[in-house]
Design a protein around this ligand. Structure first.
Ligand SMILES: C[S@@+](CC[C@H](N)C(=O)[O-])C[C@H]1O[C@@H](n2cnc3c(N)ncnc32)[C@H](O)[C@@H]1O
Length: 220
């Protein structure tokens, strides 16, 4: 297991307690949240309501709640108990919520093909590329259906702004974007292929929501 900032930073109670308000309370934050969810609805089009979905990492339950409202049976998993405490508070009595479980994405406590789909939003950009591949392979192992995952595209206006800002002030966290070509290559290494890609605002926003589907390994 490799250590990286996002793995420990969100385990701080202070970080968990301010997560939702810091990102999703402003007009811009609410708008981005809506756009991400709109992209997810498109990416989830082949996953029928009632399917069993793993939301990884579930964080404070933002996406978990959205999936539950779409009628999916959901397991939420995250390494951070403080983040999940907020998810428990919001969703603890939701009838479609199976469980919220502490787990490391690099080594998931689930059986092969246990889920109909996996969702993973706002995670890949925090994870170093070698770890990310391991995580993607784990997602593939536990899912018989698509992996709905967001990546940050470096060839966008918001990524350019991020790079300019980084010249002025050292960024507080490492950033691991991936071009669509890099996403396709990484997916192939994990035995997956891109079936859909939805940029939330093409050329402007970094966020792209992909649907990766299982394909047989060709390098074996
Ligand atoms: C930016 S948050 C995203 C949460 C949620 N998906 C969302 O979109 O609001 C990143 C989350 O990744 C979790 N995380 C970091 N490393 C992890 C790991 N190795 N296994 C599971 N969760 C991890 C953190 O605890 C944090 O809750």
């Amino acid at each position: 297991m490799t250590e990286y900032r996002a793995k420990s930073a969100y385990q701080q109670t202070g970080e968990a307690d301010t997560y939702d308000a810091a990102r999703f309370r402003s007009l811009k934050g609410r708008w981005e949240d809506r756009l991400e969810k709109r992209a997810m609805i498109m990416a989830l089009r082949d996953v029928p309501s009632g399917a069993r979905v793993l939301d990884l990492p579930c964080g404070t339950g933002r996406i978990t709640e959205f999936l539950l409202d779409l009628g999916y049976k959901v397991v939420g998993a995250d390494i951070s108990e403080p983040m999940m405490a907020h998810a428990r508070e919001k969703l603890g009595d939701h009838p479609n919520l199976e469980t919220l479980q502490q787990a490391d994405a690099e080594s998931l406590p689930y059986a092969d093909a246990e889920f109909d789909a996996v969702t993973s939003i706002r995670f890949s950009n925090h994870v170093p590329p070698d770890v990310r591949l391991r995580v993607l392979k784990e997602m593939r192992r536990v899912s018989k259906g698509p992996i709905i995952i967001s990546y940050c595209n470096p060839n966008t206006i918001s990524a350019l702004k991020r790079r300019v800002k980084a010249l002025i002030r050292k960024p507080h966290a490492p950033w691991n974007p991936a071009t669509p070509r890099q996403v396709a290559a990484e997916a192939a290494q994990a035995g997956l292929k891109v079936s859909q890609a939805h940029a939330i605002i093409p050329l402007v926003s970094e966020t792209v929501v992909y649907a990766l589907v299982v394909q047989p390994f060709t390098d074996r």
